[in-house]
Design a protein around this ligand. Structure first.
Ligand code: NAD
Length: 254
């Protein structure tokens, strides 16, 4: 018996990094997976790999910061698999700048991708879960949604919003047996971190890779984060809702 047997799991940002690792892990534990992403090539590749491993998966190309595209994703999920048990809202982008150097366009892009997308996906997913008698939602926040970092005002604001959006939805939808939690990763080896390293310069990336600023002395892997996501989405977390689970090798410990 696998933890997600007969369940339908939707992963946004499922083409790459944490989303991709989670989609593969959910499938390995019995789920039928809907991979949602703007990146068609990598999204199709993730779904194909899941099918290659003997599980069911579809890819839906969508920009999850647009209401009409989120509605379409839900409709196609129901047409394909007939239900939705787990929603993993993980798509995200980052911009590294202080408040003076952040453009209005960058602010809107970060807030729309990281926060509005979760509002929209939940707006359309919660009625489905409510009608089914329950479900689990996991959102990707960040360690920088708990404590702020340097030169990342839009990103920190967006991830702080994800933490409280998570808690607010947990209060509203607990009575409907819908649990809502978020995971707060520290530095994790994905395209996002590598792109950021290019912006910051290789010297700083070497520092991050060495992991000297955290007790476990390494950056996270996408699989490290996926294991926490699966826990929060599973019945093992049956009494856990409204939590922000920090998964950062101890970086915020002190
Ligand atoms: P990634 O760049 O590898 O993956 C992000 C995915 O989201 C990409 O496939 C991208 O195409 C997709 N995406 C972006 N905007 C989208 C949109 N509007 N609609 C649909 N898909 C969209 O990065 P990652 O590190 O795996 O990031 C996943 C999540 O983890 C993000 O929310 C990020 O903020 C968070 N996070 C990452 C780290 C880290 O160090 N990598 C740390 C803390 C939090």
């Amino acid at each position: 018996m696998n933890r997600f047997d007969s369940q339908v799991v939707l992963v946004t940002g499922g083409a790459s990094g944490i989303g991709r690792a989670s989609a593969l892990a959910f499938a390995a534990e019995g789920a039928r997976v809907v991979v949602v992403d703007m990146n068609q090539e990598l999204g199709e590749e993730t779904a194909a790999q899941i099918r290659h491993q003997g599980s069911e998966a579809v890819f839906i190309e969508a920009n999850v910061s647009k209401a009409i595209e989120c509605q379409n994703v839900m409709q196609r999920t129901l047409e394909t698999f007939g239900r939705l048990d787990v929603l993993f809202n993980n798509a995200g982008i980052t911009r590294r700048a202080d408040v003076v150097n952040t453009t209005e366009q960058e602010w809107d892009a970060v807030m729309n991708t990281n926060v509005k997308s979760i509002f929209l996906m939940c707006k359309y997913a919660v009625p489905i879960m409510r009608a089914q008698g329950g479900g689990a939602i996991v959102n990707t926040a960040s360690g920088w949604g708990i404590l702020a970092g340097k030169d990342a005002v839009s990103y920190c604001a967006s991830k702080g919003a994800v933490v409280l959006l998570t808690k607010a939805m947990a209060i509203d939808h607990g009575p409907q047996k819908i649990r809502v939690n978020c995971v707060c990763p520290g530095d994790t080896d994905t395209n996002m971190l590598r792109d950021e390293a290019l912006q910051l310069g290789q010297a700083e990336m070497a520092l991050v890779e060495a992991g000297i600023d955290r007790p476990l002395k390494r950056v996270g892997t996408p699989e490290d984060i996926a294991r926490a996501v699966l826990f929060l989405a599973s019945d093992q977390a049956s009494f856990v809702t409204g939590s922000a689970l920090i998964v950062d090798g101890g970086g915020l410990a002190g």
